[in-house]
Design a protein around this ligand. Structure first.
Ligand code: DC
Length: 231
């Protein structure tokens, strides 16, 4: 058992498969799973409910300071709780996605959510996924992965996700949403989506989920052997 919790950071754009992959890696390695995007989505949901404009930073920061967000779970099973309410389904709605991308540009919001994410590491260790985990939240993570895939593959995967959830949409519409999200996430001034210099880049376009998971688990075993007590 390592003395400091093991931290595996997985970053990447929308539709790169990072949530599915991070969940499975966490289950295989008996680590906790944290979806940092859920914290931005939880704030976005509250902003929408309060009817606040997404650029009104002071009011949104005041709202964040009062919120109780719980967004981690063993093997990805934990619900996302906001002030005790299970909002796991509601935070995936398209309007929440849109507002989440906007409020994640606000420095005051990021500061507080990054602090929350840093506090969300249990002793067992964590696989945390997001946009800035390897660059900002845990620059000293034990292993950093930057997961990517072609725009076409990402749009097709996201379309399938949407259809599975009963959301009527088209490939073209999904592609447009993905491109817009990519632009918002990569062009923002603060903590833009970018691979950390020491991240291992994996292009999942031609790989199955299990192939990506196997690759990451091998990397964890190889690079973190001492930390896992395997050497
Ligand atoms: O991964 P996701 O789609 O659930 O993320 C929702 C939004 O939150 C996304 O537009 C970018 C933002 N986000 C972020 O800025 N930093 C993170 N670490 C995670 C998500």
């Amino acid at each position: 058992m390592p003395t400091q919790p093991l931290v595996i950071a997985i970053d990447g754009p929308a539709g790169s498969g990072k949530s599915t992959v991070a969940r499975k890696v966490a289950a295989r390695m008996a680590l906790h799973y944290v979806d940092s995007g859920a914290s931005y989505r939880a704030v976005a949901l509250k902003v929408l409910r309060a009817g606040l404009p997404a650029q009104q930073e002071d009011s949104i920061v005041a709202l964040v300071e009062k919120l109780q967000i719980q967004f981690s779970g063993t093997e990805g099973q934990g619900p996302v709780l906001v002030d005790g309410e299970d909002v796991s389904g509601e935070i995936r709605a398209p309007e929440v996605t849109e507002v989440a991308a906007r409020i994640s540009r606000l420095p005051g919001v990021r500061k507080r959510l990054v602090a929350l994410q840093r506090r969300s590491v249990p002793l067992e260790g964590v696989v945390m996924e997001g946009r800035d985990i390897g660059t900002k939240v845990f620059p000293d993570a034990d292993l950093k992965i930057f997961l990517d895939a072609s725009e076409e593959a990402r749009a097709r995967r996201r379309l399938q996700d949407n259809l599975d959830k009963g959301r009527e949409t088209t490939l073209e519409q999904t592609r447009l949403e993905i491109t817009r999200r990519d632009r918002l996430d990569s062009e923002r001034k603060i903590s833009p989506l970018v691979a950390a210099a020491d991240a291992v880049k994996i292009d999942s376009t031609e790989l199955s989920v299990d192939q990506v998971v196997d690759k990451i688990v091998s990397l964890v075993n190889e690079r973190c052997a001492a930390r896992l007590g395997n050497s």
